[in-house]
Design a protein. Structure first.
Length: 196
């Protein structure tokens, strides 16, 4: 564990293998944990407040947005989701590394928030962004079709989104091409080992 704890932010187009890689990192590194997001939606099934999400009313969520309490936030399918600054700050103060899995717009919001923070801020000093790339859009399309969970319309939308997301990749400190998952693991572990 280094003196500077990390906020490790992952982004990737849908189907690039990000979720698999993040799960692997969480299983390999005990000192790294997944960030708990806040949401305005109601709990589902056995979800617990503070364990799965921080459940806020829509009113409370918007109030916290106005007060600048979120590193990033977005409205998805009618519900609000976001990462509270305090969630990350407290975890890092306790010596933990945090992983965030968010889209390129969310990372852009985080970069803007970091620019407003003091240079000595734990979050600002510990920020590490990683973009997971597919070898090509053709391979990405094949992966989306192989998993068999999306309609043709959804696949086409994901591919359209991927084009814009891949254009954002040069803004990230680290980029991993996920052509073979085992090689991507090795590359990713090398980055994590060097930074945490």
């Amino acid at each position: 564990m280094t003196a500077s704890n990390r906020l490790i932010v992952f982004s990737a187009p849908s189907g690039a293998g990000k979720t698999t890689l993040v799960k692997y990192i969480l299983s390999k590194f005990n000192e790294i944990e997944f960030s708990i997001s806040a949401t305005s939606r109601k709990p589902r099934g056995n979800e617990k407040n503070g364990l799965d999400y921080y459940f806020l009313s829509d009113r409370e969520f918007k109030k916290r947005v106005r007060r600048g309490e979120f590193l990033e936030h977005a409205k998805v399918h009618g519900n609000r989701y976001g990462t509270l600054v305090d969630t990350i700050q407290f975890a890092m103060e306790e010596g933990r590394h945090i992983i965030l899995d968010i889209d390129v717009q969310g990372v852009s919001q985080i970069r803007n928030a970091l620019a407003q923070m003091e240079e000595r801020s734990l979050i600002r000093r510990g920020f590490l962004d990683i973009f997971i790339e597919p070898p090509s859009l053709e391979v990405l399309e094949q992966r989306l079709r192989t998993r068999g969970t999306d309609s043709e319309k959804v696949i086409q939308q994901r591919l359209k989104n991927a084009t814009g997301e891949i254009q954002e990749a040069p803004k990230y400190a680290h980029r991993i091409m996920n052509e073979q998952i085992d090689q991507a693991y090795i590359s990713l572990c090398g980055i994590i080992d060097a930074c945490v």
